[in-house]
Design a protein around this ligand. Structure first.
Ligand code: ARG
Length: 496
């Protein structure tokens, strides 16, 4: 599995040894029509158990709801439904503890659970679980249950990173640094304003996850293999028990729809774009050339050769892992694009991609929040860079605008002042009043007082600017958004 390293995988218990040989009483669930089992090579090629066994909680929760419904709807005897529910609880316990033994014929998590149920309850009762159900609608259900949980997990990690950034933004709301365009110093801003830009990106990420949740929260069971069932299934009961808001309305679509997975993976991809940009800035800022940031020793690594090195491997790997998540999204879209309706085995490829995206994104969000909380921002170096008088050239032009000069003319005048200062090898702030006035007669002594970045920032009053007042409002708004996110997470967290 490509994501096993570096991002924590939650797996069902490893089989104790290699899969045990199939016991006599556990034939394949679809064996009736076949003269013999598949070739070993086919079995190995088609098995999805190593990937999908981590869905066992979702699979068992879905089966419990299905079994109860079969009893209530009078499709199977109530006593059998109760026995199935108890048997499933036993399977869950075995899987939780690691006592569960997978056997050779377990193709996937669904067959493993059902096979064990046959062993526990006998074929008479165990054989009733799959009534009115196909693995096609079953796996669609399992994946939706997983995705709903993953949305709140990722949403929680997004919100924790927002909270970490907001805390830093509060601390550094008045700390001046340069804003950059083209990676050239442009104008003064504050570190607080800079950090809040990432809070804003992450809020869009959260909103996207929330939006994807609506289309994930649809219960597909009852769609059967492709066209539902002739049995009087009560789909509403299953939806209710599993906490779904609605049920799917077209069986062909329901068993082959993976849009919800794509949406989650796309949301993860954009999270990774944002994390990767932030990581790039951390890497850049921790160079001697910038010197804006120092990673704590426990969040940096050394060089095996150069004793003096302190390397930013954590943000580099966050930046690097974005590629995996983009790749998973492309893989999923490519898998889907050629599929005729309805279920095709290609769809089995969905899980590795989806799990990979969720694992990697969650791990990167988490480590980024920890790394930032422990980093030291070198506000003195930022202030020195942000105090460069050249960064206030726009202020001078706008000063002329306030005195009635058209902006294009003001821009030209100040441009010539910059050139003159460069020729004389002095900072822009050291031109004399006479020199300013030789460029334009609108200049008066006030021009000499423009070169204080704190005062320049104080003039930035419009909403969304780094001036102290709009920044305070932005900090308060971000705190409200974070609280709203947390409340939504609390109301929508599900844990099968
Ligand atoms: N392991 C399969 C998957 O993940 C389960 C569905 C199998 N359905 C089938 N018709 N073979 O997609």
């Amino acid at each position: 599995m490509p994501d096993a390293r570096g991002s924590k995988e939650q797996l069902a218990p490893e089989p104790r040894a290699a899969k045990a040989a199939s016991p006599e009483r556990a034939p394949r669930l679809w064996g009736g029509r076949f003269a013999g089992g598949p070739a070993r090579a086919v079995q190995e090629f088609t098995d999805s158990l190593p990937v999908d066994r981590r869905l066992y909680r979702q699979d068992i929760a879905g089966s419990v709801a299905h079994a109860r419904m079969l009893g209530v709807a009078g499709i199977i005897p109530v006593a059998d439904a109760q026995a199935l529910v108890r048997g499933l609880a036993q399977v869950r316990k075995e899987m939780d503890s690691g006592a569960f033994v997978f056997v050779e014929t377990d193709e996937d998590v669904h067959t493993a659970v059902e096979r064990r149920l046959h062993e526990l309850l006998g074929p008479e009762v165990g054989g009733r679980l799959h009534t009115g159900r196909s693995r096609n609608d079953q796996v669609a259900l399992d994946l939706r249950l997983y995705a709903k949980g993953a949305i709140t997990d990722i949403g929680g990690a997004v919100t924790r990173l927002q909270a970490a950034l907001l805390k830093l933004a509060h601390q550094h709301q008045a700390d001046v640094m340069p804003a950059y365009t083209h990676l050239q110093r442009a104008q003064p801003t504050t570190l607080g304003h800079h950090l809040l830009a990432y809070v804003a990106m992450l809020q869009r990420d959260f909103d996207r996850l929330q939006d994807a949740h609506d289309r994930t929260d649809i219960m597909p069971l009852g769609s059967g293999a492709a066209t539902g069932s002739s049995l009087p299934l009560r789909r509403d009961l299953v939806a209710q028990e599993l906490d779904f808001t609605s049920i799917s309305q077209n069986s062909l679509d329901a068993v082959s729809d993976r849009d919800f997975a794509v949406e989650l993976m796309a949301a993860c991809a954009l999270v990774m774009v944002h994390l990767s940009r932030l990581a790039e800035e951390v890497v850049l800022w921790s160079t001697s050339e910038f010197g804006f940031l120092e990673l704590s020793d426990d969040y940096a690594t050394g060089s095996s050769l150069m004793p003096q090195k302190k390397n930013p491997d954590v943000p580099e790997l966050v930046r690097g892992r974005a590629g995996r998540v983009f790749g998973h999204l492309t893989a999923m879209l490519t898998t889907l694009k050629g599929l005729p309706l309805a279920y095709n085995r290609d769809l089995q490829e969905d899980k590795e991609a989806l799990f990979g995206s969720v694992d990697t994104t969650g791990a990167c969000l988490d480590i980024t929040a920890r790394m930032l909380a422990r980093a030291t921002f070198r506000t003195d170096a930022m202030a020195a860079a942000g105090g460069d008088p050249a960064l206030l050239a726009t202020e001078v032009a706008e000063y002329l605008v306030r005195r009635g000069v058209p902006f294009r003319e003001a821009h030209d005048v100040v441009g010539r002042a910059v050139r003159r200062a460069q020729q004389r090898r002095v900072p822009l702030s050291e031109l004399t009043l006479e020199q300013w006035q030789s460029l334009h007669d609108a200049f008066d002594a006030e021009v000499l007082e423009l070169f204080d970045p704190a005062r320049a920032l104080a003039r930035r009053e419009a909403a969304g600017s780094p001036g102290p007042r709009p920044l305070r409002r932005a900090l308060a708004r971000a705190a409200v958004a974070i609280k709203r996110n947390q409340e939504w997470l609390k109301a929508n967290r599900t844990a099968p």
